[in-house]
Design a protein around this ligand. Structure first.
Ligand code: ADP
Length: 492
């Protein structure tokens, strides 16, 4: 198998001020989740260097603001093309550091590219407006101005797509962005930085408009949030860290977008097309082994069809190939780290102790030549809302199934969570589909759809899943500040 070229040189630490830095803080070991081997050691940057990077991010924001829209659009489009051209290398690095099956990593590279396409198109079509004035001598003109220098913190489950989803609209709107990738997966973002530098040079855009800052998360976050140049924080990660960051941003009244964890319900009604429902359930549950924030976590099944649905789901799950994520056939790879697999085990043990039945899986599986980080596709029947697997995101290949008797009960169970990111409803009844989709208290609804993420959609949550939207024309709005000019026109 072809080995990706990785950042194994510890001198490569971060990409800021338009160049790769040497690094001046302790090394971060990037591990291969499949084998446990050290893939790379990246030297972190310390607080003072991060503050300098924040300053440079501010300087680049001024340059981006001055860049005409056609050049911004050219930059963003070329980044999409650059990502596609480098698909195989990016996918190989992504799989190496995250454990994502290689076929899915290629899919993520293409998905990331679509954010650049979409943001470029949105920026091209963006327009201010001029509301009808109430007074004869007044004209009000609404301008859309870039927010300025932005700071992003991204998670490990989409090492490229989360960078693209935040960066593409930022650049398209005329902002700069520094990204702090997860310490688990900084290599994909650093590989993308090479593409960025090349592309910025080619189209004549400022190289400093994108940075990748690697190091201790809290130190780097503090340096950027406290720096006066930083005008916006965008974060995707846990609710716990989201709360810490919101509190840190409060004294500066800094704009924040927080895309936090979910606990998605998937409701299957008796009138659903069960094969189609199973197909869509597989998509939401087994994308990256359930390690996504919109993965269905609670399966709510109408009592009359629960057994039939689970039997069909089980047949599909038995066919999933568990193995090395570099293997083209693999659909279930290793979980990202030891904490992830320990959480899945805790949820299964808690459910069983409280009366759930393991219908399939329920334990780790050995994969020859790999580390002990693989968990079997699992079905837990007879779950209840008080179990850990229903109250928390399991983030693993576990279907936690419970039953309901009425539409009303299904909606109540679905909404009985502090999280509100995604929800799914499977039914063939059009009236019910609308009723339930509208009643779900979350930001994203998959209606007979297990893969609702798309570059054109305004992704985001409510309640403990945070606020702010990314993607589509609304995604561009997140990087735009409105200003209006009020004019008096003399009529002599
Ligand atoms: P997960 O459980 O998915 O790893 P986290 O919220 O812990 O979610 O991590 C998401 C991102 O937040 C990562 O880039 C991580 O480095 C970063 N992070 C974690 N703790 C902090 C912190 N105290 N301040 C800023 N960023 C943090």
């Amino acid at each position: 198998m072809q080995q990706p070229r990785l950042f194994s040189d510890p001198q490569v630490a971060s990409f800021a001020e338009g160049r790769f830095l040497d690094g001046d803080a302790s090394e971060i070991e990037v591990l291969d989740p499949a084998t446990g081997a050290v893939l790379a050691r990246v030297r972190g940057i310390q607080g003072a260097t991060a503050a300098r990077a924040a300053e440079a991010n501010g300087v680049a924001a001024r340059a981006m603001r001055a860049l005409p829209v056609d050049r911004r659009v050219a930059l963003v489009r070329a980044l999409g093309a650059g990502v596609r051209a480098d698909r195989d290398r990016l996918a190989a690095i992504l799989t190496a550091e995250s454990g994502k099956p290689i076929v899915e990593s290629r899919g993520e590279v293409e998905y990331a590219a679509t954010f650049f396409d979409n943001a470029a198109a949105a920026a091209e079509m963006a327009a201010g407006d001029m509301p009808a004035a109430r007074a004869a001598d007044r004209r009000v003109v609404v301008l859309r101005e870039p927010v300025g220098a932005t700071f992003a913190i991204t998670p490990w489950n989409f090492p490229l797509a989360m960078v693209a989803r935040k960066l593409a609209p930022a650049l398209a709107a005329g902002c700069s962005q520094a990204v702090k990738p997860s310490e688990e997966t900084p290599l994909t973002a650093l590989a993308f930085a090479e593409i960025f530098a090349r592309t910025a040079d080619a189209v004549g855009a400022p190289r400093g408009a994108f940075s990748v800052v690697v190091g201790d998360a809290a130190t780097i976050a503090r340096a950027f949030i406290e720096h006066p140049a930083t005008r916006k924080l965008t974060f995707t990660g846990s609710t716990e860290v989201g709360r810490i960051l919101a509190a840190q941003c409060a004294p500066r009244l800094m704009r924040t977008a927080l895309e936090l964890g979910g606990n998605a319900p998937l409701i299957v009604f008796g009138d659903a097309d069960l094969d189609r429902a199973v197909e869509q359930a597989m998509l939401t549950k087994f994308r990256f082994m359930g390690q996504t924030c919109i993965s269905a976590n609670r399966f709510l099944l109408e009592a009359g069809i629960a057994g039939d649905f689970l039997a069909r789901l089980e047949a599909r799950m038995r066919a999933l190939a568990v193995g090395d994520p570099r293997d083209e056939r693999t659909r279930v790879g290793p979980l990202v780290n030891d904490a992830a697999i320990a959480k899945v085990e805790r949820h299964v043990a808690d459910a069983v102790a409280r009366g759930a039945r393991v219908r399939l899986g329920g334990a780790r599986v050995k994969v020859a030549g790999c580390a002990d980080r693989f968990f079997a596709p699992t079905i837990l029947e007879n779950c209840t809302p008080s179990m850990d697997c229903a109250r928390e995101e399991t983030f693993g290949p576990v279907v936690a199934a419970m039953t309901f008797a009425s539409e009303r009960e299904a909606v109540e169970l679905a909404n009985a969570s502090p999280s509100g990111l995604a929800g799914y409803v499977m039914t063939q009844d059009a009236d019910r589909l609308w009723r339930v989709a509208e009643a779900l208290d979350c930001g994203v609804v998959g209606a007979n759809d297990g893969a609702p993420s798309a570059a054109e959609a305004p992704f985001g949550g409510r309640k403990d899943s945070g606020f702010g939207r990314e993607g589509g024309a609304h995604g561009l709005d997140a990087y735009v500040d409105l200003k209006y000019i009020s004019l008096r026109v003399r009529h002599d």
